[in-house]
Structures are given as structure tokens and as C-alpha cells.
Design a protein around this ligand. Sequence first.
Ligand code: IMP
Length: 191
Amino acid sequence: MQLVFATNNLNKLTEVQRLIPSHIKLLSLKDIGCEVDIPETQNTIEGNAIQKAEHIKTKYGYDCFADDTGLEVEALNGEPGVFSARYAGEQRHAEDNMNLLLDNLHKKTNRNAQFKTVIALHLNNDLKTFTGICKGEITQEKHGDKGFGYDPIFKAEGYTKTFAEIALEEKNKVSHRGKAIQQLVAFLSNY
Ligand code: IMP
């Protein structure tokens, strides 16, 4: 059985391939000849994940799953949310995004935030979604140089270090994406 993971991130692909049953072969976007950006024009994280999975099914005919992630900050009414990648502009620059977020939270005492990942799976004409949430808080300053995106300013609940200061294996155990992937893997394993 073949299943497209709508990503060009080979690290993500290898990681998920290791976890799912071996009779399911994952294909990347490149493998199916999709070299253009897939539209992500919805105003929710769920909407974008579903849009990407449906795009691949409709245009390329493959069963597929796609993920979308956002950081939701309580004191900013859930921003940057679906706009996390381009919070500080279309250049999608992680440093700019973090600086803007820290500025917008300046002097705010409520630093609660959560990462949310939604995976949409299009399989045998059925659509299913899996949601992973990681609660935590935004730090006052950046710490650490591991990871990507907002990792240097996000501390998961129960941790004294940011995601950019802990090992990837540790992050995967508690992260939004890790939790969503665990649900997907459990579903595919029982399929
Ligand atoms: P994507 O949907 O996985 O592309 O994530 C959208 C944006 O959310 C990324 O560009 C990052 O800015 C941010 N993001 C997603 N996952 C993480 C994470 O695990 N750590 C830090 N930032 C993340």
C-alpha cells in the first residue's frame, strides 16, 4: 500500500516511515512529481491540513496525509495560529517571527501558549483528522540553538528548558507533532 506524505521534508518522511507498519510505503511530493507549493489558503490549521490532503487526492489520485501546525498564544487571542510561518511577513523568517511575538507579549504576564498540529488523512475516500496539542509558555527571551521555528522561546509544560535546549527525541515525546503522528500511526496500524 502506498501513501503520500504531503511534505518535502525528508527528515519528517523518514521519521514517520520508521513508525508505521512496513507494508505501507510512504511517498514524498517529489516522488509523485509534485514540485509546486500546495495551496494553504484556509483560515484554520485544520482547514489547511485538509486542503493539502484533498489537493493531492484530487490532482494526483493518491491516498495521502498532510500536516499543518500553528502556535496559539492565549494573551494574543490565539495568534499567530494559522499564520505562524509568516507572522512577521512573507519572508517566513523564524528570527523575525520570534522577535515580533516577544514584542507583542512585552509586559504581558499571561505567557500561556500551545502548539497545535493537525494531520488530515485521505484514505479510501474517507477523511480523518488527528490533532496533537502541546501546552506550555512563551519565555521572556530566546534560549538554545536546536530545533527550528519558535523552539527557542517555547517551554513545554513541566520543562525548565525550551524546545531549542532539549534533544529532538525528547521533544518528539511531548510535542504537538509527535502526538498527532502517534495517533496516525495507531490508526494505520489497526487499519
Ligand atoms: P508547518 O505547518 O509545520 O509548516 O508549521 C508552520 C510554522 O509553525 C513553522 O513555520 C514554524 O514557524 C512553526 N512551527 C511548527 N512546528 C514547530 C515546532 O515544532 N517548533 C517551533 N516552531 C514550529
